[in-house]
Design a protein around this ligand. Sequence first.
Ligand code: ADP
Ligand code: ZN
Length: 531
Amino acid sequence: VTEGPGAADSEARATLHRIFGYEAFRGEQQAIIEHVVAGGDALVLMPTGGGKSLCYQIPALVRPGTGVVISPLIALMQDQVDALRALGVRAGFINSTLDFDERRMVEAEFLAGELDLLYLAPERLRLDATRDLLSRGKISVFAIDEAHCVSQWGHDFRPDYLTLSLLGERWPDVPRIALTATATRATHEEITQRLNLPTARHFVASFDRPNIQYRIVPKADPKKQLLAFLREEHAGDAGIVYCLSRNSVERTAEFLTANGVEAVPYHAGLDGATRAAHQSRFLREDGLVVVATIAFGMGIDKPDVRFVAHLDLPKSIEGYYQETGRAGRDGLPSTAWMAYGLNDVIQQRKLIQSGEGDEAFRRRAASHLDAMLALCETAQCRRGQLLAYFGQDPDTAACGNCDTCLTPPETWDGTVAAQKALSTVVRLQRERGQKFGATQIVDILLGKRTGKVIQFDHDQLSVFGIGEDLTEGEWRGVIRQLLAQGLLAVEGEYGTLVLTEASGSVLRREREVPLRKEPKKPAASRSRSAG
Ligand code: ADP
Ligand code: ZN
């Protein structure tokens, strides 16, 4: 090995060719690897599929000692280690799935300096035994994967990650590299602070996925809309359909299969063997659709996923980006399609209210949801809004490859409609003890004498029938947008609609309410025209 400047660089490149068989580094991989090989700390923000693994695997191979990788993805460790071993890399893992003898063997290999990479679950580091073990061997680099798990802002916060700040104190000479695919500015700061990485160099890759076409359509009959979308644009393609509940996962998978689209369910309620079988079919077969809860996908590396569809609203933009990001890793045109409606908003708001966690937790969940709703309701370029959320300036004002760019939505002055809806909510709010949701409001506005309208004498209200100029679908759209804009709120387990502080300014005619026009029928799907 030659010493001197450039030696580390060429050694990294040689490892890239020799071990991994790749031609060239991608994006910032080279700069990151050089920095870490030279002993520097790094924070790497790179979208899923961007190639984060090499950023710590190559330093681990180039520097003397074992690279210790902290990863929460226990279920994937075996696969990762097998894949590395197949390349001739000496890799092992320690997690709760190993029995005593297996663990002993890995520990012995580590102590003998026979491991290039050792994967550890974060909870292992809480154990003195693990820390002692690490102290007795030689460590080349610490890699903290899925580093957003340290963040209270992230969508999968893990208390075990908080103990990782000790690594820097106990091993001050070992470089640390923290990696994540989901990071807003607030999350970067929290990672830097909580992992105690004040001098880490930040490497921020572009979050743009230009080959993914983003589309969000109004939800009418979601399963049928999905089927039409698949038939018209993705017949025979592999893809993932995300649903919120296990029940809707099952029903959607059955519906697709019954209609000639081969689909399998995946959720935490299925036994491990079934889950593993469905996952490996998805990876191996062409054109299989997996219908899943968000339990599916972490670490899945299938390059030719042509679409990701959401039948329910994700809880945050981080979640939406990560899930949609599983489409099109091969760079070919792919679609991120979502059906979204009034019930999604009400359901998510109710979940936050009735969910666990303290007030601060709820406020955070609500602000995540608000950002997601703003993305759904925007009349601007969706890509631009996504990138702005991650703190990145878009290249152009309009990307030309999202629904709002392809078919700019019409907007209308919804001020009077908003006043009518809010006035109706006020009338019902006065009826102490009675709780009414969106359906009753819409029935009253439309002047419908339903059983429940007659029962409560709501046909006697002055607002009864004042909304006959709009259709039922349009009123649901108005209410959905008022909820998204914070001009209405949801209360209690029945999803009662109530006014917010901001509602007053609309009722007093102090502000206008621009609204997106609801398409007459669910947006007609376009031909595949990305790129
Ligand atoms: P991430 O962890 O950021 O989601 P991975 O590290 O799993 O991404 O990499 C995604 C895919 O890209 C993998 O199949 C990996 O082998 C491939 N890859 C990474 N870097 C390169 C490169 N420099 N050249 C070619 N393929 C690469
Ligand atoms: Zn756009």
